[in-house]
Write a protein that binds this ligand. Structure first.
Ligand code: PMP
Length: 296
């Protein structure tokens, strides 16, 4: 996977520069201690042109992450959205993945930095998962305990935990991991939220031990609009072995069905699941097909 080439342009510290000429401070707290925050955002080629999906929600979360972690940052969500469209244009990208990263300044003490630097880059990333439906294992790694970290913030260092879980899943021959919280309830995937279906109802863990995903909220909105029953509640992994279907949702992954959990096949085929209905509605939404105004 090539993230950039000779011509790629990114935004760094107030200017657009070639990615190949960009450099980062080796004394940055982000590099040493993982204190930095970021977002993962997608843009889509829609019938109304290139559109970034939910930019304000993502940039509000980025700004909130900075605030929660006491990282100074003063871009508005409007400015960040404009910069992102410029990055897409300068790189001739339409369907793409955008990665804003707030890099903490130099500081070797264990206190918040005095300043930060913003980087925004983008690349073409069609699919996060190569499989249409995933085989999933229950991870031996718990999600970070909200009493140890600020779980609502999308902090660079939290992703060491995600990498451990993904690696373990692949080493065990699974496509992806499902992680539990510190009390043994199902939480989420390493980079996506989780839903399962039982007897015509979708269930998803409530906020508290998960990253409150923007896609998760979109799924809840879609369910509301389509009158699909959905409940936010805690549940143990044992419940999943009686599930009819399940899926992960996140910006990078989109809505991706799960075929089995710890080798146990789910009752329904993906095509007949509630997740497939949500998946189609989501696809129509991001490509603006559902709100298209077409003059014939
Ligand atoms: N949980 C985790 C741990 C994630 O990294 C992500 C991806 N940002 C999500 C859930 C899904 O969040 P979103 O829908 O906002 O991409």
């Amino acid at each position: 996977m090539d993230y950039y080439n000779e011509d790629t342009v990114l935004f760094l510290d107030g200017q657009f520069i070639k990615a190949k000429d960009a450099s980062a401070d080796l004394y940055s707290q982000t590099l040493h201690y993982g204190l930095g925050v970021f977002e993962g955002i997608r843009s889509y080629h829609t019938i109304n042109g290139t559109k970034i999906f939910k930019p304000y929600e993502h940039f509000d979360r980025l700004r909130k992450s900075c605030e929660l972690m006491s990282i100074p940052f003063d871009y508005s969500s409007e400015e960040l959205t404009q910069l992102s469209y410029q990055i897409l244009e300068k790189n001739n990208l339409s369907s793409a993945y955008l990665r804003p990263l707030v890099i903490a300044g130099e500081n070797m003490t264990l206190t918040s930095p005095q300043k930060s630097t913003l980087m925004i880059c983008a690349w073409k990333w069609d699919k996060y998962f190569n499989h249409r439906q995933l085989s999933v294992c229950i991870s031996s790694y718990q999600r970070p305990n909200p009493k140890s970290v600020i779980i609502d913030a999308k902090v660079c260092g939290h992703y060491v935990n995600s990498i451990l879980a993904s690696n373990e899943a692949r080493q065990r021959g699974f496509d992806e991991a499902l992680m539990l919280d510190a009390s043994g309830f199902v939480a989420e995937g390493p980079g996506a939220n989780f839903f399962y279906e039982k007897d015509g109802v979708l269930y998803t863990p409530p906020r508290g031990n998960i990253l409150p995903g923007i896609t998760r909220q979109v799924v809840l909105d879609i369910c509301y609009e389509l009158e699909l029953p959905v409940k936010e509640r805690l549940f143990k992994p044992e419940e999943l072995f009686k599930a009819d279907s399940a899926f992960f949702c996140g910006t990078a992954a989109g809505i991706v069905g799960i075929s089995s959990i710890e080798g146990e096949k789910l009752n329904k085929s993906w095509k007949t699941s509630l997740g497939a209905i949500v998946q189609e509605a989501y696809q129509n939404m991001v490509t603006e097909k559902s709100h298209a105004y077409v003059i014939v």
